[in-house]
Design a binder for this molecule. Structure first.
Ligand code: CNA
Length: 278
């Protein structure tokens, strides 16, 4: 597709120009990139926010360094810190946020092409975003297996172990069982790799609540066409968003920015209704 044929150009780098573009015929495929910041208002800490982030609170777990909690070699020796974290983050305890409902609204308006998420909390699904639109780049708690022989392990048993903080062991070889969450150095899910070309179809990329520091996920922002507007909604300015002519940076809490955007779009009532039903 030759993007130069597209009549649209953003009128400005502000929220009302963005709303105008979203309502235009040129904007059919919205692609999202999400990080932990979209779930902090649900009560789930992110990693890197000073004071409240998980990394600054992992000290009590006696880790050699915070990232060790997501390293296989460390897990093999000491699975307890990861189980402690899993216990805290385990899905089911948290309610999706306004931002998650906004994603569902995009899907209901047939605008959502792909929702790439680094989050493992499954709040996108819980908010009613269709499964086939979600790419969980760093895996999720939906499955688990032995880290040695890779034998899958029963869902219910896993839940019981995480809730009671007992380490699950493989029934075949005795190896430790780990949820299918991607650790450092592990391959990203096949589904993620296959979805990367979806970025080429994007008419709009919205990046929300991520520090854009984890690769290869962060590099997705470079894969949209030069002419595809990129929007960053985050507490702080991250990555290279702002360097292209059609980039928009909207700093603030994503729930607030998303609400403002929905006011501009005339979608406010629908947004609140969806969220109240969740
Ligand atoms: P991160 O590195 O902790 O960055 C979070 C970003 O979000 C920072 O730039 C914050 O400033 C920003 N932020 C925090 N709160 C808000 C808010 N309310 N509104 C707007 N921006 C906000 O997290 P990333 O996701 O970038 O790092 C990738 C890791 C985090 C992935 O591997 C995830 O699996 C992992 N993680 C996931 C969860 C979850 O599933 N909810 C929680 C914690 C960590």
């Amino acid at each position: 597709r030759n993007r130069r044929d597209k009549p649209q150009v953003l009128e400005g780098r502000d929220i009302s120009s963005l709303a105008k573009y979203i309502k235009s015929t040129g904007c059919k495929n919205v692609v999202l990139m999400l990080g932990a910041g979209v779930s902090t208002s649900a009560g789930i800490p992110d990693f890197r926010s000073p004071e409240t982030g998980l990394y600054s609170n992992l000290a009590r777990l006696n880790l050699p360094h915070p990232e060790a909690v997501f390293e296989i070699s460390f897990f093999r020796k000491q699975p307890v810190p990861f189980y402690t974290l899993a216990h805290e983050l385990y899905p089911g305890k948290f309610r999706p946020t306004i931002t998650h409902s906004f994603i569902r609204l995009l899907a209901e308006k047939s605008l959502l092409h792909t929702c790439f998420t680094q989050n493992i909390d499954t709040l996108e699904r819980r908010a009613g975003v269709p499964d086939d639109k979600i790419i969980e780049a760093h895996g999720s708690f939906a499955g688990q297996r032995c880290i040695e022989c890779k034998q899958p392990y029963d869902d219910e048993k896993m839940k019981e172990h995480i809730f009671s903080m007992k380490i699950a062991k493989c029934e075949h070889c005795g190896g430790y069982v780990k949820p299918d969450i991607v650790f450092f150095g592990e391959e990203l899910p096949e589904k993620f790799i296959r979805a990367i070309p979806n970025l080429r179809s994007a008419d709009l990329l919205i990046i929300m609540g991520t520090s854009l520091t984890v690769y290869p996920f962060a590099s997705l922002a470079q894969r949209v066409d030069e002419s595809c507007p990129r929007v960053l909604i985050n507490l702080d300015h991250v990555g290279d968003i702002g360097s292209r002519a059609d980039d928009i940076v909207l700093l603030g809490k994503c729930d607030d920015v998303v609400k403002d955007l929905c006011v501009e779009l005339g979608w406010e009532d629908e947004l609140i209704k969806l969220w109240n039903e969740t």
